[in-house]
Design a protein. Sequence first.
Length: 439
Amino acid sequence: MDIEGYAKRGLLRGDGSLKEKLAERILEIKNISQKHAQEIANAVIVEAKATLYPTGEIIKPICSGVTMGDFGVGSRGMGDFYTHEKIAEVIGKTSAVVDSSHLDDSGVVRAGGQYLVVTIDGMHSRLSDFPFLAGFHAARAALRDVYVMGARPAAMLSDIHVSDDGDVAKIFDHIAGITAISELTGIPLITGSTLRIGGDMVIGERMTGGVGAVGTAQSLTARIQAKPGDVILMTEGAGGGTVSTTALYYGMHEIVDETINLKFIDACEALFDAGLVENIHAMTDVTNGGVRGDAKEIARTAKVKLIFDEEKLRALVNKKVLAMLDKLEIDYLGVSLDALLIIAPPEYAKHILECVCSRGVAIDIVGKVDEGEGAELIVNGQSREFVPRFRESAYTPIKKLVGEKTPQNIDAMKKAMDKAAVQAVEKKRRIVEMLSGDI
């Protein structure tokens, strides 16, 4: 609970009983005296008042009037993709080989004659109460993002943010999840940061953060390299943080065990050991947003059309996981499957299939790349448009209530976000120009 935000909203409404209400909210969570709760509430109000109306260009935040929830930020659908396009605009043109404008799995720069690949993956927000799972899946995701750029991971790093009332053991449980991956792969966790969320101003037990990874490569397998005539292959997938969250919050806990595996990493290592990575045009991991999201991003980035065979895709989803998703009416093509998607010239398909299968990982050709734009899904011989929804498939009870439909005022929200992004770029430009005079 963000008690500073709560206090600011109360001050804006002119709530005269704010101190008492804050004290009540604090006592809901903290086992302290009424007097101490009121003292904290009073201190919060003092700090909130001091920052309610900031002045000066650097301090004053840019506002769009569009909330994260309304626009589906972080929900890996059309709203989130649009937001990331705006993020790339604010960052601007860089000297990187691959940056955020490519909407790829990792960023890439040249260093010491090699490609240096860097990525960061946040822990799944609904796994805060399951720290080991949060660490395990975030670490595996970070390594996947390095592998799919054609790089071998060299190290990992951790960033943890904890709330004031969380048990300290959460940190240890989380690190155990990360280092389980580390010990199984031989890729060390070498540094990190542990901070509180909002310091004393956020109470509760929530934990969040992420795991980063870095690796090196001689050549890249970025999405932009997908070419017409290529075939699309996919390995088996049982999901990670998203599927675990679905299983946990629908009371189907036994399905979580299906997600605990290294099949993705085994497949990548097999391709590296066989020297086949240099024959692959592009790779990606099917994560949040599912195959729908990846198809859109690859088609947009590489300016090609992707065509998928639904029957082949369905056959590669872990049977227990697929049964759960079907039972809950969750679109398996719109959620994270943690499968490896490979785009390569057809003459190398047989070698890739044999190589990955030799490591005990199922794989098949699931589509092709063609001239054109966008993506198609072939279902029972019929071609259908294959696009992501406004949000990823709703995979928890609360997400089903939020829904996946595009808001009616989407165009107005986009205009507000466009304006805010321009303002951010202008703010950056003015500050850079000001500081450049000091150099």
